[in-house]
Design a protein around this ligand. Structure first.
Ligand code: NAD
Ligand code: DAU
Length: 359
């Protein structure tokens, strides 16, 4: 079984590749297609680099010729499409690259998969599937009423250029399913956290700032709510939808773990203080005094909360890592991998490709 994974050098993609190779070993083959933008880090995959059933291809998913060539040279059974520009703040200052990668890139992939998988009569070869990895942000923002959730049939109402581009990509996948019976699923997941997350996102940013005694920027009143999921639970959910999801269906993935941003920030400060010995000089600086309220994000969505009822009922998925454990695991990982953080924040990690591949 051959998987084409796009964006596999990013945060969720690299965790997914680790999860899949550990679970299925030599029974699967993974081709990881990634452009290696600032968010793509091949060091995340150092340990699988030499495996016979793993191959890396440096390519932009918007490059139709290259993408088509991959489908022509390999018998791809399954596509898991992660590649995207993923950071909301960046989309506010530079929206066009989001439209390009997230919308055009998805269209290019769909077209290449359709061309490779379609029979002469317009049906599709047995066993093929395209899984489009998307976000709960396409549904917009919820009120503070704790009984409201995003369901699969919640109308789309994206607000940021990022979520609008992801919503557009979802619509393209839906159009291929409706028009051509193209074999696909869409998953819409809530906020992920865990190892290998780029320190522009809230949790690794707070950990990194604490360890460096830097102020922690909290947007607005700090009471915006996100529904956090440990990244390995997301990887397992994607695998379960691939295996058990009904074709043409959408599945929401989320762990019923709503928290205000300020609660997360305070918990990270507390946990770091527990982990660090009194002799560690950094510990004295890690206090709530680092918290700094700054101007709000433009169009900041107030609350996200996912109902995972459908994936639970149809695929048997439930989160396995509770937040109290997951946040400790994550903080421990960042503490044990200071060189990863150092190389990511200094930009050094971007030299890894030329060292590895000599280009
Ligand atoms: P990320 O930014 O960490 O990684 C994105 C990866 O895509 C990087 O390796 C990057 O190099 C690659 N990429 C970007 N543009 C590309 C292009 N044009 N061609 C090929 N590769 C390209 O993102 P992430 O947080 O791992 O998110 C992965 C996917 O999951 C995205 O589609 C995102 O919308 C979705 N998602 C993320 C979250 C979350 O909390 N992070 C939650 C739900 C859904
Ligand atoms: O909900 C899923 C989405 O979660 C994914 O689709 C996105 O790819 C992913 O980046 C994430 O989006 P958010 O905007 O929710 O994540 P971020 O970590 O950027 O911000 C989380 C919350 O923390 C949000 O309310 C903004 C706030 N924040 C963020 C940063 C970076 C701060 O208060 N200060 C900060 O410095």
């Amino acid at each position: 079984m051959t998987y084409l994974v796009t964006g596999g050098a990013g945060f969720i993609g690299s965790n997914y590749i680790h999860y899949m190779l550990k679970k299925y070993g030599g029974a699967i083959r993974i081709i990881n297609v990634d452009k290696l933008t600032y968010a793509g880090n091949l060091e995340n995959l150092k340990d699988v680099e030499g495996l016979d059933n793993y191959r890396f291809v440096k390519a932009d998913i918007c490059d139709a010729d290259k993408v088509r060539a991959i489908f022509e040279s390999e018998e791809i059974d399954r596509v898991v499409h992660f590649a995207a520009e993923s950071h909301v703040d960046r989309s506010i200052s530079d929206p066009l690259v989001f439209v390009k990668t997230n919308v055009v890139g998805t269209a290019v992939l769909l077209e290449a998969a359709k061309a490779a998988w379609e029979n002469a009569d317009g049906s599709f070869k047995e066993g093929k599937k395209f899984l489009h990895v998307s976000t709960d942000e396409v549904y917009g923002s919820l009120s503070e009423d704790k009984n409201t959730f995003f369901y699969e049939d919640t109308p789309y109402s994206p607000h940021s250029p990022y979520s609008a581009s992801k919503a557009s990509s979802d619509m393209l996948v839906k159009a291929y399913m409706d028009t051509y019976n193209f074999p696909a699923n869409i998953t819409n997941c809530s906020n992920n956290y865990g190892p290998y997350q780029f320190p522009e996102k809230l949790i690794p940013l707070v950990i990194n700032n604490c360890l460096n005694g830097k102020k922690i920027p909290v947007y607005g009143d700090g009471k915006n709510v996100r529904d956090w999921l440990y990244v390995e639970d997301h990887a397992r959910g994607i695998d379960m939808v691939m295996e058990k999801g009904r074709l043409f269906e959408t599945y929401n993935i989320g762990g019923h773990n709503e928290m205000q941003n300020i609660e997360i920030v305070k918990l990270i400060i507390k946990t770091l203080r527990e982990f660090l010995p009194d002799t560690d000089k950094r510990k004295q600086r890690i206090t709530e005094d680092l918290i700094t309220y700054v101007g709000d994000r433009k169009g900041h969505d107030r609350r996200y909360a996912i109902s995972p009822d459908k994936i639970k009922k149809e695929a048997g998925w439930e989160p396995e890592t509770m937040f109290a454990d997951g946040i400790r695991l994550s903080i421990k990982w960042y503490l044990e991998n200071p060189e990863w953080m150092e190389r990511v924040t200094s930009g050094d990690y971007q030299n890894y490709y030329s060292q590895m591949y000599g280009e």
